[in-house]
Design a protein around this ligand. Structure first.
Ligand SMILES: Nc1ncnc2c1ncn2[C@@H]1O[C@H](COP(=O)(O)OP(=O)(O)OP(=O)(O)O)[C@@H](O)[C@H]1O
Ligand SMILES: [Mg+2]
Length: 378
């Protein structure tokens, strides 16, 4: 089914600020109406944005390429000055302070180690710049190397390490100065899947051990959902929605968020007054929607894994639509089944089971519960 793409105005602009989780309400980063328009650019990279991040939070910024993630991070770090607004760190206005005067460290999208310095000296570098005493340097470098489990590599040169190991050294170098805030810009982007997963565990356990606030930029939704306390979804220089991974997944506030996080069916419907509740029709079948706030045009969001596919109708479901299987993709853990429900295309994601096979052309029933439907009113 063709769905015109448009963006809901819900929650666009100044982000709603849900209470941060681990912080007891204390904010360490506070952006107040901060914006950035690069000279010569057609659109602002960041529209005026208000955002608070709690002390000790693992906060992720997720969004497509060019949505303003790196710009937001650079504004927090001090590598960019905002056109408007105030950047507060630990309750102090740092808007005019350079990066080295902010208690923040950054692991960049393209991290770089000094090729001619061995691993120990690479990690020691920020401490030497701060003129920390030699004996303290040794202790702190050893501590940082042990945190990322790289102590045995202290004498090697960067080119003698794998990509993932170099990444861990970049992380140790960012941690050695014990910043209050660590900004990470797609730090695992260059790694293969297995190493990425290993590093995700290293990062979350480090963050819990050290209690440092992490602001983590990624365009990988799986990574953002699995690691974070809260996630901000960015699109075209705006935060579309902020929430816990569960909030974003189960209660998307816009079509963009619904489509960007997880895999969903989006259905154009007309909501009408029913006998008991408001209701909508999908392929001619009525479904009661107690969650609908008003009548009129709306989009229904139904997660692909909320659809059940069976050989006979499910009389307990809110709606059980007769359908024809159009295509089946075997994904290992699951099956993606494309269904034609009397002209409406639905995608279902079901657990793969040896004894339960579906083939193109099969006649089946596609069912879901009313509570699995999110209503986005026009
Ligand atoms: N120095 C600059 N001068 C002009 N425009 C810039 C500059 N840096 C970024 N931009 C533009 O600002 C917008 C936001 O860029 P930004 O780097 O913040 O995106 P991003 O979300 O980090 O993207 P990616 O996922 O590709 O890293 C883009 O349209 C980009 O082209
Ligand atoms: Mg970027």
């Amino acid at each position: 089914m063709d769905m015109p793409l448009h963006h809901s105005s819900d929650d666009v602009g100044n982000a709603n600020v849900a209470a941060p989780t681990r912080s007891n309400g204390q904010f360490i980063i506070d952006l107040d109406q901060v914006s950035k328009h690069y000279p010569g650019a057609a659109q602002p990279a960041l529209h005026p944005t208000t955002l608070s991040i709690g002390k000790g939070e693992f906060f992720s910024i997720l969004g497509p390429s060019g949505s303003g993630k790196t710009t937001t991070l650079r504004l927090i770090a001090g590598f960019e000055r905002p056109d408007s607004g105030i950047v507060n760190l630990a309750n102090a206005d740092v808007t005019q302070l350079p990066p080295n005067k902010r208690d923040v460290n950054t692991v960049f999208q393209n991290y770089a180690l000094f090729p001619h310095l061995n691993i120990f000296d690479n990690v020691a570098y920020p401490l030497r710049m701060k003129r920390v005493r030699g004996a303290d340097i040794k202790a702190r470098v050893e501590e940082a190397l042990s945190l990322v489990e790289m102590s045995d590599f202290r004498s090697r040169l960067p080119h003698q390490l794998s990509g993932g190991q170099r990444q861990r050294i970049a992380l140790a170098r960012a941690l050695v100065g014990r910043p209050q805030v660590l900004l990470l810009d797609e730090p695992l982007g260059a790694l293969d899947l297995r190493l990425r997963q290993q590093m995700q565990h290293v990062l979350t356990s480090l963050q819990e051990q050290l209690g440092i606030t992490f602001v983590y930029v990624t365009h990988d939704q799986g990574e953002a959902l699995s690691m974070s306390d809260r996630v901000a979804i960015m699109n075209h220089g705006r935060i579309e929605q902020i929430g816990s991974p569960e909030d974003l997944y189960y209660s998307p506030k816009s079509e963009f968020v619904a489509a960007f996080v997880g895999k969903s069916n989006l259905l154009d419907v007309q909501i009408e007054e029913g006998r008991g509740f408001r209701e909508a029709r999908i392929a001619g079948h009525a479904i009661e929607l107690p969650q609908a706030r008003k009548t009129g045009r709306a989009k229904l969001v139904v997660r692909c894994e909320s659809l059940a596919v069976t050989r006979s109708p499910d009389h307990d479901a809110a709606v059980s639509l007769p359908a024809t299987v159009e295509n089946v993709l075997f994904l290992g853990t699951g099956l993606e089944i494309i269904l034609d429900c009397q002209g409406v295309t639905l995608t279902a994601l079901v657990t793969a089971q040896r004894e339960r096979q579906f083939a193109t052309g099969d006649t089946v029933y596609c069912s879901f519960k009313s509570s699995d439907v999110v209503v986005l009113h026009d």
